[in-house]
Design a protein around this ligand. Structure first.
Ligand SMILES: [Zn+2]
Ligand SMILES: [Zn+2]
Length: 279
């Protein structure tokens, strides 16, 4: 998008960027939805976290909000292009500029930075009145499917990605690293909202893998609201004691086809608003 903005101008680049981000979302979420909710391989269908499936109205609402998120993310991309053009960022063009080893290092740095930023911002927006203004839209999905991956209020979408331009002021990034980061983030979000637990039994208490989040982890966040705030990693939730105490137990129950999640919709929504009030 940086190159497009410089060649064709900001407005065409914004529209193309929106189209690209939305199509990438439609393909990734659509493929996973097709496999998990229509083809439903026998081996996988037993790992559904909540037994019910949301209706078409909810799913279309998630897709609509995801389109507005694509507009916001592309707008941030355009902002980055503008700042770069005027020499305000450390984004560089020559892939060997900081040495090839810097490419994976800067990617990991950005992922860790975003994970930390997301955790603390996420906890903040669970506090009233921020929850109602910014985060309620995302929590309308009590039983998420891959389509919920980018279903945010426009202000939340802006807040979620705001760390990237800030980071570009102080850390040198190649555009390929930014592209890889955006794809990583979307893949992780789509998996987190899959509605199925795809990681194997023992994952959530494995000495290494327990530091990564799972679909069950984020599904519990959508069901109960107050806890399990992390994005990619289970680092901050473990350090700050914000994992639900029964997370690992629930993960194993899902793998044994005994998921306790998926109570009645009315009770869930009551619980969410109660939690939002007390968060
Ligand atoms: Zn979510
Ligand atoms: Zn939340």
């Amino acid at each position: 998008m940086l190159i497009l903005a410089e060649k064709f101008g900001y407005l065409p680049a914004w529209l193309f960027g929106t189209f690209f981000i939305f199509m990438r979302y439609l393909i990734m979420a659509g493929l996973l939805f097709l496999v998990l909710y229509y083809i439903r391989p026998v081996r996988i269908r037993k790992w559904k976290i909540q037994k019910s499936t949301p209706g078409a109205t909810r799913i279309f609402s998630e897709i609509g909000h995801s389109l507005s998120t694509a507009f916001i993310f592309a707008l941030i991309g355009i902002g980055l292009a503008f700042l770069r053009q005027h020499g305000y960022t450390l984004i560089y063009q020559d892939i060997t500029g900081y040495g090839l080893a810097w490419i994976p290092v800067s990617f990991v740095l950005l992922v860790l930075l975003h994970d930390t930023y997301f955790y603390w911002v996420h906890r903040l927006i669970h506090r009233p009145p921020l929850f109602r203004i910014l985060h309620k839209v995302h929590h309308q999905s009590h039983n998420p499917t891959p389509w919920a991956a980018l279903s945010f209020h426009p202000l939340e979408a802006f807040l979620e990605i705001a760390i990237v331009p800030i980071a570009a002021f102080i850390i040198p990034f190649h555009p390929l690293v930014l592209l890889a980061f955006a794809s990583w983030s979307l893949i992780w979000n789509v998996i987190g909202h899959a509605g199925y637990e795809l990681f194997p039994s023992g994952f959530s208490n494995h000495p290494v893998f327990k530091w990564f989040n799972t679909s069950t982890h984020h599904n519990m966040h959508h069901t109960r609201s107050r806890g399990n705030y992390g994005l990619y990693f289970n680092f901050w939730d473990r350090i700050m004691g914000t994992n639900f105490p029964d997370y690992e137990q629930t993960f194993e129950a899902v793998k044994q086809e005994q998921s306790p999640l998926g109570k009645s919709a009315s009770r869930r929504s009551k619980e969410t608003s109660l939690n939002a009030k007390t968060a």
